[in-house]
Ligand binder design. Structure first.
Ligand code: ATP
Length: 455
């Protein structure tokens, strides 16, 4: 949000770290991979769950004006007629007459093929929805689509939700789920893939209050990223110009993030007016509206929609957290994740392989695991084990040594500062709890001391 040019990380480094440490693998890799599809590994799945959980907590659990929903991926085909997707969810496709590669015309800044310089065909509209067939007969009448967004499931359930929850305006419906788009050009790792996850809110308001709520949600969503540790200078708001606005939108802001390839959309916030509910009422023949008890008015609500991508957020959290520090002759690679996002919260590391410290370490590990995702590592030197945890963003390491057997104390080592502190085992959980909440790091307990890790 400032004029300076912030530091950008190399995408290659992120891709290589993700693969090496088990965050993200290419899909169906043993068969040569499947273009633009990705598998989340043991650490990736934890990171992704934490992002979705943080979103759900902030936007559903901690609010009394938003309820959740989980709708099906396959929907009645008329949904996509009403939404305008069958007619209009298309990108202009051009093909090289020489090498036959296909491109999105609006992504190109020349009229020759970027790969071989060949002549391109005239653009034709290419619909991005994946088609499939419902039931055993593969014919036009049984054609259905994989949803290209989660939003429509919420619009068509508007009346079900108001009837069953008795929610009064303004209120919202939230959903997290998979969406599918047969994108012409994919790439930039998980930034643009053909199968991805979205976190969307449809917030229903009285017409006339829509601008105020549009601004409210823009600020709320921007701050969600900042509270979870994304640097402000790597975020910016970009209003859509008149020409860019989607057919349903009255106004739209993109939250752009400074990805390794440059500024690009992380989330879109749109004022959709009454377009969606009016369309679904018209095509389904059902009444979809809202009765205001106080004013005795009946009207169709307007909708404000913050629509975020789980995979793009995950990529932004990874890029933002990535840091390198000189460390003797080597480089210390650290993912400085916010503790709430970090895939593993604590690593328990015994300093000796002898029976007694190992038994104590395993006891501590079993206890901490009741509360957090915790790992246990006994292999290699302690320095190497710390570096392995730094590289995956584990905020705290707990080491158990021979002295622990006598004084019932363990050492907590902090990822970012590499400071270490000795705490009684009886206070370990409460100390970690406070630290993981991001409360004052390293408050000294009576008699405790802080020292720097030997480097
Ligand atoms: P773009 O202009 O980058 O194609 P869009 O404007 O079509 O994106 P929306 O329809 O607004 O995207 O979707 C909302 C969010 O869903 C996006 O901000 C993004 O985070 C995510 N998203 C959309 N398409 C993809 C994709 N192909 N891969 C990963 N995430 C996506």
């Amino acid at each position: 949000m400032t004029g300076e040019t912030p530091k950008r990380v190399d995408m290659e480094k992120i891709v290589s770290l993700c693969r090496r440490r088990g965050f993200i693998f290419p899909s169906s890799e043993i068969y040569g991979g499947l273009s633009s599809c990705w598998d989340y590994g043991p650490l990736g799945v934890e990171l992704k769950r934490n992002i979705k959980e943080a979103w759900w907590q902030a936007e559903v659990q901690q609010r009394d004006d938003v309820v959740g929903l989980d709708t099906s991926i396959l929907m009645h085909p008329r949904v996509w007629e009403a939404s305008g997707h069958i007619k209009g969810f298309a990108d202009p496709l051009v093909e090289c007459k020489r090498c036959h590669l296909r491109w999105r015309a609006d992504d190109l800044n020349s009229d020759k093929c970027p790969t071989c310089g060949g002549e391109l065909t005239e653009p034709r509209q290419f619909n991005l929805m994946f088609k499939t067939f419902m039931g055993p007969v593969e014919e036009k009448a049984s054609t259905i689509y994989l949803r290209p967004e989660t939003a429509q499931g919420m619009f068509v359930n508007f009346q079900n939700v108001t009837n069953t929850t008795r929610k009064k305006l303004p209120f919202g419906i939230a959903q997290i789920g998979k969406s599918f788009r047969n994108e012409i050009t994919t790439g930039n790792f998980v930034f643009r893939s053909r199968e991805f996850e979205q976190m969307e809110i449809e917030f229903f308001v009285k017409p006339g209050t829509d601008e105020e709520w549009f601004n409210y949600w823009t600020e709320e969503r921007l701050n969600w990223y900042v509270k979870l540790g994304i640097k402000k200078e790597n975020l910016k708001l970009r209003p859509h110009t008149r020409d860019e606005l989607a057919h349903y939108a009255r106004a739209c802001y993109d939250i752009d993030y400074l990805f390794p390839m440059g500024w690009a959309e992380l989330e879109g916030i749109a004022n959709r007016g009454d377009f969606d509910l009016v369309q679904h009422a018209s095509l389904s023949g059902k009444t979809i509206d809202y009765f205001d008890d106080e004013t005795k008015e009946r009207f169709v609500p307007y909708i404000i929609e913050p629509s975020a991508g789980v995979d793009r957020s995950l990529l932004a959290f990874l890029c933002d957290a990535y840091d390198e520090e000189p460390d003797k002759e080597e480089i210390r690679v650290v993912l400085r994740f916010h503790p709430g996002i970090a895939p593993i919260k604590v690593a328990v590391l015994p300093l000796s392989r002898k029976e007694q410290p190992v038994a104590l370490a395993r006891e501590i590990y079993a206890d901490l695991r009741q509360q957090w995702s915790v790992t246990y590592d006994i292999a290699q030197s302690i320095g190497r084990r710390y570096r392995r945890q730094d590289e995956i963003g584990t905020p705290f390491c707990v080491t158990v040594d021979f002295q622990s057997l006598e004084d019932n104390q363990v050492t907590i080592r902090e990822r970012d500062t590499m400071n270490q502190i000795r705490v009684p085992i009886s206070e370990l959980k409460t100390t970690l709890q406070a630290k993981l909440k991001g409360e004052e790091l390293f408050v000294l307990p009576p008699g405790g001391k802080i020292w720097k890790e030997e480097r």
